[in-house]
Design a protein around this ligand. Structure first.
Ligand SMILES: *Cc1c(COP(=O)(O)O)cnc(C)c1O
Length: 416
């Protein structure tokens, strides 16, 4: 009753209507979560995960069985030859950059097939603006295939990828854009088109926000390598930091030499008390991802009924956990983010401000009242301050929290 009193009757009526309309979508989300839970459970049973794997290691951590087994587990779940799962990756961008710097050599060509990549990757690539230490400084050239109406121009790939192209970057999630995320079926078509033109070209998927949204993952549909963040879907909200890379053995090995040092690769790296959190987080990740997806569907329902353009729509097939809502003004954007922050379990008293975040070109506002700093598998909202003033909302460790945050944001917007 207490919670209910916070929100207007109009919003509570809207909530009831939306929940009625999305019941079938929720059921689909739950089924996917069951399939993925079984996939992880079976891998854990097959690999005989045990208490011994949760022990911490220090120093060089040679022969750390918990670290080695976790790599095996990720490889198994992703149907990959090899995996590199480390809290030494400071973020998803670091894991993605490690793949690029690990594989690419001077005079190689990198292409993006999904238009402009995620903001922080643009800094890594260094072609849109000068960035110290970027791939450009190492003599790696770059081209991008523009999207057509928000879709990958698959038919154009055969003329775009050339025998010289060493690596093709494919971003699964929408990132900070209104385009649709890729489905794994889209990724399959894109990878096939690349390989038909140049079988040696490495297909690399930025898998951020995509894990466990469907029942299969990029390597199964033809990607050579994929990478992402542990403080998004796959960490289940428990992983305290880190990233992962999965894929062909030789490619993951090249990335490992970039993460540590040539010759050292994946054989070092202390776990410093994190292993149980990484294993347990992985185990609950399909469920937590489902909570986030339900929150996103609910938000799409509420805000489209309030007259805002939402992507995806509540009934749309989803390829990532992000819900974009076009708010049309910077003021509304800031108010939305402040409401999400205000109804967060941590730092609820803070009022987020747009700021110059490292790696981003425009000012960015971020609401993340999270247990793990900036973890966007927890209920969070962020947006670059630029047209069309879309807010990107995602996460929610529990659907209940997502509902409260979303209604709070909706109530705040009613003041405009
Ligand atoms: C989150 C994200 C990244 C990496 O961001 P980090 O904040 O460095 O983890 C890269 N690409 C996409 C599409 C993302 O959503």
């Amino acid at each position: 009753m207490g919670v209910i009193k916070i929100f207007s009757q109009r919003l509570l009526d809207l909530k009831r209507i939306v929940l009625g309309e999305v019941a079938e979508n929720f059921r689909r989300v739950e089924e996917i979560s069951e399939v993925n839970t079984l996939k992880i459970l079976n891998a854990m049973r097959r690999l005989k995960i045990s208490d011994a794997h949760f022990k911490t290691s220090t120093g060089y951590a040679y022969g750390d069985i918990g670290r080695e087994k976790l790599d095996e587990l990720f490889a198994e779940i992703f149907c990959a030859e090899s995996a590199l799962v480390r809290t030494q990756f400071v973020s998803g961008t670091h894991a993605l950059a490690t793949v690029l710097f690990g594989i690419l050599r001077p005079n190689d060509e990198l292409v993006s097939l999904t238009g402009a990549p995620y903001d922080t990757l643009q800094t890594v690539i260094g072609h849109t603006h000068a960035a110290k230490g970027s791939l450009k400084e190492f003599g790696i050239s770059y081209r991008e295939l523009p999207l057509i109406n928000g879709k990958v121009d698959v038919a154009a790939i055969k003329n775009f990828v050339t025998p010289k192209t060493k690596l093709a970057l494919i971003q699964r999630s929408r990132g900070y854009s209104m385009r649709e995320p890729l489905t794994t079926s889209d990724i399959e078509k894109i990878c096939a088109a690349v390989k038909a033109t140049n079988p040696a070209c490495v297909t690399f998927v930025d898998n951020c926000y995509g894990e466990f949204v469907e029942t299969c993952e990029p390597i199964e549909v033809g990607a050579d390598i994929a990478a992402g963040s542990l403080i998004k879907n796959i960490g289940g909200g428990l992983a305290p930091t880190g990233g992962y890379i999965v894929g062909k053995k030789n490619l993951v090995e090249l990335a490992s030499y970039r993460l540590t040092a040539p010759g050292m690769g994946d054989e070092l790296g202390a776990s410093l008390g994190t292993p149980r959190l990484l294993y347990q987080g992985l185990f609950i990740a399909p469920h937590v991802t489902a909570q986030a997806l339900k929150g996103a569907i609910f938000a799409a329902g509420i805000f489209s009924k309030l007259g805002y353009k939402t992507r995806p729509l509540p009934e749309d097939f989803r390829g990532d956990i992000i819900q974009a809502i076009e708010l049309q003004s910077a003021e509304k954007l800031i108010a939305f983010c402040r409401a999400i922050q205000n109804f967060s379990p941590v730092d609820s008293f803070a009022a987020p401000e747009p700021w110059d975040m490292p790696g981003y070109e425009d000012k960015v506002i971020m609401a993340a009242g999270t247990f793990v700093q900036g973890a966007s598998i927890e209920l969070s909202a962020d947006a670059p301050i630029r047209e069309p003033y879309a807010v990107y909302m995602q996460g929610g460790l529990t659907f209940e929290h997502a509902v409260i945050g979303i209604l709070a944001a909706a109530q705040e917007l009613e003041k405009f």
